[in-house]
Write a new protein. Structure first.
Length: 152
C-alpha cells in the first residue's frame, strides 16, 4: 500500500487496518514461538538428566525408560532444528519492537519525523520496509543451509 499523499483519515485507516494487525501478529507469534522453544528446551534438559540416572540404576525396566527418554531428546532436538522456534521467536520479537519504536518516533516526532514534510508517509514507508525485511529474513531462515549454499 503506497500513498502519494496521506491525509489523516488515510493514515488512521493504515494504523487500524495494517499497522495494528501486523504488530499483533508479530507479538502473538513471538510469544507462541518463545513458549514452544522453552517447553522443548525443558523437555530436552529433563530427559538428558534422567537418562544416565536411569541407566546407572541398572534395572531392566528403567533401562527401557532410559531408551525412550534418549529418543525423546533426539526427537525434540530435531524438532527445534526443523521448526526453528528460537530463530522465529527472536525475529518476530525484533520486528514487533521495531514497529513499536517506529510508532513511538512518529508520536514524539523524533529522528527523521522531526524534519519530515509528510511524517505519515514516512511512517508508512518505514513500517512497510520493516515488514518486508522481516518477511525476507523469515524466508531465508526457513531455507535449509545446504539448499541456500547451492543457490549461491
Amino acid at each position: 500500500m503506497v500513498f502519494a499523499e496521506l491525509d489523516t483519515a488515510d493514515f488512521e485507516t493504515y494504523i487500524k487496518n495494517r499497522y495494528a494487525p501486523e504488530l499483533s501478529y508479530y507479538e502473538y507469534n513471538a510469544k507462541k514461538n518463545k513458549q514452544r522453544y522453552q517447553i522443548a528446551q525443558i523437555i530436552v534438559i529433563i530427559s538428558s538428566v534422567i537418562t544416565p540416572i536411569l541407566i546407572a540404576l541398572n534395572r531392566p525396566i528403567l533401562q527401557i525408560i532410559a531408551l525412550f527418554s534418549s529418543g525423546i531428546v533426539t526427537i525434540v532436538t530435531s524438532m527445534l532444528g526443523v521448526f526453528k522456534f528460537h530463530e522465529n521467536w527472536i525475529n518476530y520479537r525484533t520486528v514487533a519492537e521495531s514497529l513499536k519504536k517506529e510508532k513511538n518516533f512518529y508520536d514524539t516526532k523524533n529522528c527523521e519525523y522531526e524534519a519530515a514534510i509528510d511524517p505519515e508517509k514516512l511512517f508508512v514507508l518505514r513500517t512497510e520496509n520493516l515488514i518486508s525485511r522481516e518477511h525476507s529474513a523469515w524466508v531465508s531462515c526457513q531455507v535449509p543451509k545446504e539448499q541456500s549454499k547451492s543457490q549461491s
